[in-house]
Design a protein around this ligand. Structure first.
Ligand SMILES: Cc1ncc(COP(=O)(O)O)c(C=O)c1O
Length: 383
């Protein structure tokens, strides 16, 4: 049986309820929400609303109409920065960001937005005091990934959000690696914009994600098209949510996301997080015994999630991942994981790391097999 250890990219397998929800929506609903007054279109609208409310409940977004469905976290992050920042605005981010956030910010920089990238330490953690130091009168946003997809390091978003609040700046959280695993209470933490995929920790299908926007935050639509509303007007309506969801929804995917969220809530975020962390800690202990193995990320256990990144002296990360797959049927991610600056920060650039990321369905036996396979690869390599 192949072993899938790339849940940080997308979770697999999904709970049975997710497959059922996708199939039933395709077979039994079929229609598009907000596009007709007939029965199945109304069923589709009710389904969309129910999942929107489930997402709002999950992240404690005060107004469920301000949950915008997207195709992934990347689209949500693009909408968040392009829909709020203007030339002359200043935005602060960190050296640990995924290209999904960094590239849209660099694109905006070319258009006249000022960008400051605050350097994290060698463990990949950002000192909130450095973010405070980077503030300027024009700072309009602080944009940070909650959990690094490279190291699994957990940033202190509570402290960073407090700095944003004091400065009157928007707080954007990239929750790609934390949604479904870490508590995300927009109101308690003070998050203005929260971008997340539906297909990672929330166990929904690929092609799902969302942007949750706090009340009072002004967002401009960055895409235009049919919304099923205000159809007599040439201009894009900017009301939530439909102004931000032009075109046909991925309703089967959204239904699957709803089932994924229900599964996560019934199982318990804490339970899932502890399971993944325990497996990651077990892997770290075994990896530490491997000659020449270097583990990356925070030293403090409570600043780490279930993502483990490592490199073995004398072994190219891509080759290790290739051999794990070819010879042992084990799927892991190698290289820069779309976050080159994070690798520069932790000292693993340009070769990158091998990353394993267990999920809810990963067993201790899977991790044992992974460790045994790695030992066999490294022994062969040196013999
Ligand atoms: C930290 C982080 N941000 C953003 C993304 C992009 O997510 P998506 O693939 O859903 O666009 C990822 C995906 O790996 C990620 O790890």
């Amino acid at each position: 049986m192949p072993i899938y250890l790339d849940n940080a990219a997308t979770s697999f397998p999904k709970p049975e309820q997710v497959y059922t929800a996708v199939l039933q929506t395709m077979q039994q609903v079929g229609a598009s929400p907000g596009r007709g007054g007939y029965g199945s279109a109304l069923d589709a609208s009710r389904l969309l609303l129910a999942v929107r409310e489930a997402v709002a409940g999950l992240v404690n977004c005060a107004d469920s109409a301000r949950v915008i469905f997207t195709h992934n976290a990347t689209v949500a992050l693009n909408m968040a920065v392009m829909g709020t920042l203007l030339p002359g605005d200043h935005v602060i981010t960190t050296s640990m960001e995924h290209n999904s956030l960094l590239r849209p910010l660099c694109m905006l920089e070319k258009q006249g937005v000022d960008l400051t990238i605050v350097q994290a330490d060698a463990q990949g953690l950002v000192d909130p005091a450095l973010i405070r130091t980077a503030l300027r009168p024009a700072t309009r946003m602080i944009a940070v990934a909650h959990v690094s997809n490279v190291t699994g390091g957990i940033q202190d978003i509570v402290a960073i959000a407090a700095i944003a609040r004091e400065a009157g700046a928007l707080m954007l959280v990239d929750a790609a690696q934390s949604a479904g695993l870490q508590e995300l209470d927009m109101q308690r933490i003070g998050i203005d914009l929260l971008a997340a995929p539906g297909h990672k920790g929330l166990l929904g299908p690929q092609g799902t994600g969302f942007l949750a926007v706090a009340p009072g935050v002004q967002l401009r639509p960055v895409m235009a098209g049919g919304t099923g509303s205000s159809s007599d007007q040439d201009q894009q309506p900017d009301g939530f949510p439909e102004g931000f969801e032009p075109g046909t929804h991925n309703l089967p995917g959204i239904a699957g996301l709803g089932a994924g969220i229900a599964f996560v809530q019934a199982t318990g975020l804490e339970q899932i997080r502890m399971h993944e962390q325990e497996l990651a800690e077990y892997a770290r202990v075994r990896l530490q015994q491997l000659p020449g193995c270097c583990l990356y990320g925070p030293l403090q256990t409570d600043r780490r999630s279930g993502v483990v990144s490592f490199a073995v002296d004398g072994f190219d990360a891509a080759t290790v991942a290739f051999l794990l797959d070819r010879e042992h049927g084990i799927a892991v991610r190698a290289g820069l994981q779309c976050a080159p600056r994070a690798h520069r920060t932790i000292g693993s650039y340009p070769g990158g790391t091998v990353r394993l990321s267990p999920g809810w369905f990963t067993t201790r036996n899977d991790i044992q097999r992974f460790c045994d396979a790695l030992i066999s690869i490294t022994r062969k390599g040196t013999s």
